[in-house]
Design a protein around this ligand. Sequence first.
Ligand SMILES: [Zn+2]
Length: 219
Amino acid sequence: MTAILTLDLEDLDRYADALRAAAGAIVSGDLEGARSGIEPITFERWEGRLRYAAEAGPATDPAERRSRDVTDPMRAQVFLRDEMTCTYCGGRCVPRNVLVAFSDLFPDELPYHPNYRHGAIHPMYWALAPEADHKFAHARGGTGDIANLTTLHTMCNARKSDALVTDLPAVDRPEHVIGWDGLLAAYPRIIAMGDSHGRRHSAASYHDRWLRHFSRKPE
Ligand SMILES: [Zn+2]
């Protein structure tokens, strides 16, 4: 295992490129190709300082503990509206459920822990997974409105700390990000391959729910 202590935008691209290569192989039914796709990022684990405040809480999705008024279908809508890019850094996002499907398929190479336990989770969860965060912390009566939510990487959300998203500089979306789908097109195939070759990290209904939220059909 390689301990990772810091993350920057180059890491983000390294993870996104490796997963994109693996997803391409998975769609062609090529397990070994997928394995070589993820090879540049395997066996890393996050040991940096960013951490969730409620780390010792019950085993639910950490993002749910952060914003209880935001439902998963709302999150999916926000990510789709923002075209799977982070509004803070402009980089590519891969939804947590898609990352979990990769970890199901490669549980040792891409470790996952549902509570984001320190030292037990691959840094791609910090670098690539988005959260739907409030633009205004105390919006007037509009907490349930997706217009008040924006897509931020978990690491970018942790970094911006208490600054309002509206105070952050606007970023241009890099060329290679246009048309990015967060690897959703490959998601049903990744789940299917994980069913036959991997080890599940969640209840069987987890991926079914997220397929529905993103209006995707199981493979
Ligand atoms: Zn970001």
